[in-house]
Ligand binder design. Structure first.
Ligand SMILES: Cc1cc2nc3c(=O)[nH]c(=O)nc-3n(C[C@H](O)[C@H](O)[C@H](O)COP(=O)(O)OP(=O)(O)OC[C@H]3O[C@@H](n4cnc5c(N)ncnc54)[C@H](O)[C@@H]3O)c2cc1C
Length: 325
């Protein structure tokens, strides 16, 4: 059990690429740091084959994140498998409270909590997740051998997902409300265009999910192949994601118009002692990838180190009312 009465130099919120990279760099600066995050590996771990992370021709995202984690653990960085529920900052100290009530105090904090997938807002969307509805083509594509599936979305995730699904499914519809795809990676678009079993449907929305104990068909707002109802075995919702901004908002951290945390080139936010990295931030624009998240985590840890070096005794231990340990 982690000793919550100890003062840390750094608490890192998030167990994704940004969080683990920050942990590695912080450990090598000999900062006393801790990683707090509910789900191992973040989006990379569920991203399927990763073929654009330098050093690996191809590696499963889960395995890549296991290596990130092992590298942080090699330096003895404790990892707490709980989400951060709140962070309060008083003077130069942050108090981080987990969903299970553990508390950690630290001079600096790195927010690396990523983004939450967007939903269509249709009835049964949550209820039938795992029963025909999926938010991760790369995770669930192999389940659809010989099936008919649809992908909703027009960005790179949707295009990449539909391309992958075409290798398993008999027929793939990719349905997008816009008139053309939105900046997909050229290689992914080429693969999609080359797939003979993919039908690209533009200017169309999915408006209803039909089924009894799971998805059996989707209803569109205009006919496709003569009908507004498409019988599908699976629907993949790949329409982007919202930054998990709650902790940043609680801390008074500034956000841009996309709700991304605004950071400077040192990954500093507008709140002293609070840094941010990865998909949560505005740092990499549209290139929200494992490599950019990892590099931002490294930068954020370096800046946190500079901060505690400049203010070595700024955060003295505050009395804590209660703690699980
Ligand atoms: C299907 C898919 C395929 C992808 N394929 C590729 C690819 O091929 N190549 C590539 O480079 N990138 C790919 N990506 C993008 C890449 O996965 C992300 O850019 C990367 O994971 C971002 O890392 P991150 O650490 O910023 O955020 P995340 O990976 O999202 O990690 C955030 C972490 O924070 C945790 N967390 C959430 N809330 C809290 C909280 N309150 N307290 C503490 N922790 C919290 C989460 O559980 C998670 O562990 C893909 C993404 C998806 C969805």
């Amino acid at each position: 059990m982690t000793n919550t009465s100890e003062r840390y130099d750094l608490v890192i919120a998030g167990q994704g690429a940004a969080g683990f990279a920050a942990a590695l760099y912080a450990a090598r600066y000999q900062m006393k740091s801790i990683v707090v995050g509910g789900t191992f590996g973040g989006e990379t771990a569920i991203g399927g084959a990763i073929e654009n992370y330098p050093g690996y021709v191809s590696i499963d995202g889960f395995d890549l994140m296991m290596q990130f984690k092992a590298q942080a653990e090699k330096y003895g960085v404790p990892i707490v498998d709980e989400n951060v529920a709140s962070i309060t900052r008083s003077g130069h100290c942050s108090t981080v409270t987990t969903t299970e009530g553990q508390r950690f105090q630290a001079a600096t904090v790195i927010l690396a909590v990523g983004r939450e997938r967007r939903k269509l807002g249709l009835e049964h969307e949550d209820e039938w997740t795992g029963r025909g509805v999926s938010f991760c083509s790369t995770c669930d594509a192999p389940l659809h051998k010989g099936n008919v599936v649809a992908v909703v979305g027009g960005g790179d995730s949707a295009v990449k997902g539909a391309g992958l699904l075409s290798k398993y499914a008999k027929k793939v519809y990719i349905i997008y409300r816009g008139a053309e795809f939105r900046r997909p990676e050229p290689a992914n678009l080429r693969a999609l265009n080359a797939a003979k079993n993919v039908e690209q449907v533009f200017n169309t929305r999915v408006v209803k999910l039909n089924g009894t104990d799971g998805l059996s068909s989707i209803v569109l707002d205009r006919p496709v192949s003569g009908s507004t109802e498409l019988k599908v075995d699976g629907l993949f919702i790949e329409i982007g994601a919202n930054p998990r901004k709650e902790l940043a908002v609680e801390l008074g951290v500034a956000l841009n118009d996309k709700d991304e945390v605004i950071v400077d080139k040192y990954m500093r936010t507008n709140v002293h002692g609070v840094f941010a990295a990865g998909d949560l931030t505005d740092a990499s624009g549209e290139l929200k990838q494992t490599i950019t998240a990892a590099s931002q985590g490294a930068l954020a840890a370096t800046s946190a180190y500079a901060d505690i070096t400049a203010h070595p005794s700024a955060c003295e231990i505050q009395p804590m009312e209660s703690s699980r340990t």
